[in-house]
Write a protein that binds this ligand. Sequence first.
Ligand code: NAP
Length: 356
Amino acid sequence: DAAARAGDDGAAKEGCVHGSIRGPGCAIVRSSHNFARETAVAAQPDLLTVAKLAPFLMEPLQRAFTVHERLHEGDAGAFARIAPQIRAICGSGESKVSAELMPRLPALEIVSIMGVGYDGVDVAAAKARGVMVAHTPDVLNDDVADLALALMLNIARRIAQADQYVRQGKWPSGPMPLARKMSGARLGIVGMGRIGQAIADRAKAFGMSIAYTARSAKAGLPYAFHARVADLAAASDFLVCITPGGAATRKLIDAEVLRALGPAGYLVNVARGSVVDEAALIEALHKGTIAGAGLDVFENEPHVPEALRALDNVVLVPHIGSATVQTRHAMAARAFANLEAHFAGRPLPSAVPECR
Ligand code: NAP
């Protein structure tokens, strides 16, 4: 029912959809403190999930929407029948919502991502169709920053190897080789946004000197700014990546940056796998061009190259930056709140910057 799409009203031409929303074959649903109850008496909007979502998000979704769980990946015929009714998409930070998928969903009004990164969503295509995109910033800053520091400590102090040293009974035959001190070292942060600043806050407690790169220097931050990431790497003992993914940052960390980081330097990536040239990183780790790496994200998740898994100067974790009970619940609540606000005609708590 294209005429019923909020995307067809004036606001949609600006790429932002607010106001009253007409449900398929039902009365206008207006702003409500209990969206779930109101939409239950009216027809529930159809929602497509594009990721395996946690039960604590699925449960509220199923109360408020007619949920089609990853239908686009399964039965093509069933998806083709339901697609014209889909008014909302809910996914995770790794979800793909492509320019090819959107025209198949002519009633689509909103894409709600449970995650701060939305590089899998073609936001330009969404805006062109009057589709809102929302994400969950801020609530995960602490966890991702905590993990960045954990990876830094882990690679410098060789915690994973030390654990194996004890478990494998090697301690009686002598002490481990000495590690690298982290306190007081030079930290370079690639991306000085919400999470980058949370990393800097923590690093200050370790007495680290802090420098950064971003698209622009941040007035009011007391840290040295380098316009070129290679210059930042040359001035760092630890280089931590925390930019968005996507075309603009693809392979930002390349062989030149790794050479600049040097044989005593460590790389930590908690951003997106696409930000690092993984082949160049594997070569640099093999040859000792850099000392080591701590990686939460990879080019082709969940597959990690054997060449990386075989190295002992890396710590590898499976994209767990925001993976605590507390934070994932907060992210789920925000992802639902964005959908709830949209269908109640209220401003979204956290539309992505391009849709504000
Ligand atoms: P944010 O507040 O938007 O900060 C992003 C920072 O990256 C900004 O400082 C921005 O520069 C900088 N940046 C953007 N494009 C750049 C480029 N081409 N070159 C250099 N710097 C660039 O985002 P955030 O909330 O901190 O989140 C950052 C990213 O972390 C997310 O997009 C996501 O990819 C990743 N993340 C990963 C996990 C995980 O589980 N590992 C969890 C959460 C987030 P300006 O300030 O100059 O614009």
